[in-house]
Design a protein around this ligand. Structure first.
Ligand code: ACO
Length: 472
């Protein structure tokens, strides 16, 4: 049942059914998050046993609330959810977000089917059941029982794992990767990955999607929506259940059927998604695609003060099909004016262990200004010569002073100071990582996406005459 999810993400009013007076209960926590998040629409607690919850007047039912409800977040035991659906239908609710567990994931197929049948009868869409809620930062909406603190940004997370989603929300704050949205999809009885990809493809506030998927019900729709999405924005997929053991675990977690790993691998390639195997890589890519989604060409320059870091990065880039060519001759001439004679001006450019912050600034600024350089990987190994935070500042200054808009990815290896420098860069929108390998892999992902996108575009152009023939 496709249709716009606009009102789910930009509601004028939201109700919490089962808004408990007990501060440790889920319904209470969801209401608290909605209020503390700063949502500007109307908010209604629904609880027949309460007069007030968190200072708001409580209503005995959805149909008794004044002014209509766009979204009802349902936090009552599964056994009473069907009654809530009828009440919601009467109240003209458009979206039900069902947090309650106790449906397909524990074998209650009929109850889940009935939930969707009844919701559809009233023209409602269902997110869930068995979810922790959702977040949409452009609406300042945190309708979840996850952390209250959410860092606004441009990546949307779609997650079939509640716990992982909640953990990712916390991680995103610590790591400085902001989110436009976090959506827990749980059992995906109705709204699924395809619906959400369609929404985020058009959503101006979202530049990339990171999806944790255990399985999908409607493969064809997923392929269509994911291909269309990937042609416009990067889609990072963390596919769980890649092995027999993982697939069995997924079946008992959200009741998902997780088809064979080989099939999934093929599907993800076909749709142009970037597949990652762990949370760390997923976040590394998310950080990268928060900043950039395209690169003009394959000409990458690596700047480093440590030969070993440069070699590691060169290996990873080569394994991903990116071979480092010689730097442009006039760029080398510029380098020669400020580098010591023993510095290597090949690619990677070895600024030497004696490189200062100023040297980083100059090497990067000239690289950014050079028309034959498409992207720069800046590597730093902590020394006493160049302070890590000051080096981060030098990188930021070079970016500010150059008019060129080229991807710059940084890898800063070292202790506490280097960690702080990584964070500082991340906060200022420069994808930075604590190792050269992770930085190189992230840059390689950007190139891979550029290639995937061009393949999708080629396929689209080739398919057009065939489609025209079909319509004749
Ligand atoms: N309408 C409105 N309010 C109601 C109704 C109703 N029909 N029925 C009960 N209430 C009130 C109750 O009086 C109570 O309020 P009070 O505490 O002020 O008296 C409140 O709603 C909550 O009802 P409880 O019966 O106390 O339910 P409880 O909060 O214990 O549990 C819950 C409800 C959280 C939905 C539970 O059944 C559940 O499913 N928990 C698991 C949730 C979960 O983990 N989801 C998935 C996470 S993501 C993942 O892992 C994939």
């Amino acid at each position: 049942m496709p249709g716009t999810l606009e009102k789910l993400f930009r509601p004028s009013s939201i109700a919490v059914v089962g808004a408990s007076r007990n501060p440790s209960k889920i319904g209470h926590l969801v209401l608290r998050n909605i209020l503390s998040g700063g949502f500007e629409g109307r908010v209604y607690p629904v609880n027949p046993s309460a007069e007030q919850v968190l200072g708001l007047r409580s209503y005995p039912s959805l149909s008794s609330t004044p002014g209509g409800v766009d979204v009802a977040v349902v936090c009552v035991p599964a056994i009473t959810v069907l009654d809530v659906v009828e009440d919601a239908g009467e109240a003209g609710v458009e979206f039900l977000v069902v947090l309650s567990s106790g449906f397909k994931e524990v074998g209650n197929m009929d109850l889940e089917r009935e939930l969707v049948v009844r919701a559809r009868k009233h023209g409602m869409r269902v997110l869930g059941p068995n979810v922790f809620g959702y977040v949409y930062t452009p609406s300042k909406l945190n309708a979840s029982f996850g952390p209250s603190e959410v860092l606004p940004g441009k990546v949307a997370f779609i997650t079939q794992s509640g716990a992982l989603g909640i953990a990712l929300m916390g991680y995103s704050v610590v790591e400085g990767v902001g989110v436009s949205s976090v959506v827990s999809v749980g059992n995906k009885a109705d709204i699924d990955d395809a619906d959400l990809l369609e929404f985020f493809e058009e959503d101006q506030s979202t530049s990339a999607v990171l999806a944790y998927i255990e399985g999908v019900e409607n493969g064809r729709r997923f392929v269509e929506a994911a291909s269309s999405f990937s042609a416009r924005k990067p889609l990072i997929v963390l596919k769980a259940g890649r092995t027999e053991a993982g697939a069995r675990a997924a079946a008992s977690h959200t009741g998902s059927l997780s088809s064979g790993p080989a099939l999934w691998e093929g599907v993800l390639k076909q749709v142009g998604a970037l597949q990652v195997k762990d949370v760390e890589a997923a976040f590394d890519y998310a950080r990268l695609f928060s900043a950039y989604s395209s690169v003009a060409g394959l000409s990458t320059l690596v700047l480093t003060n440590g030969g070993g870091a440069g070699v590691q990065a060169a290996d990873i880039l080569a394994e991903n099909g990116i071979y480092l060519g010689e730097p442009p001759r006039d760029y080398v001439e510029k380098l020669r004016t400020f580098l010591p004679s023993f510095a290597s001006t090949r690619n990677p450019v070895d600024l030497t262990g004696g490189a200062t912050e100023e040297l980083y600034y100059l090497a990067l600024k000239h690289a950014l200004d050079h028309p034959e350089v498409d992207s720069v990987l800046v590597l730093y190994c902590e020394t006493k010569v160049a302070d890590p935070l000051q080096t981060a500042e030098a990188i930021l200054r070079a970016l500010e002073d150059s008019e060129a808009e080229k991807p710059v990815v940084a890898g800063l290896l070292g202790g506490e100071g280097s960690r702080r420098a990584v964070k500082r860069l991340a906060e200022r929108g420069v994808p930075a990582y604590p190792t050269p390998e992770r930085a190189a892999r992230a840059l390689a992902a950007l190139h891979r996406y550029a290639w995937l996108r061009s393949m999708l575009e080629k396929r689209r152009v080739q398919a057009q005459p065939q489609l025209a023939l079909l319509h004749e």
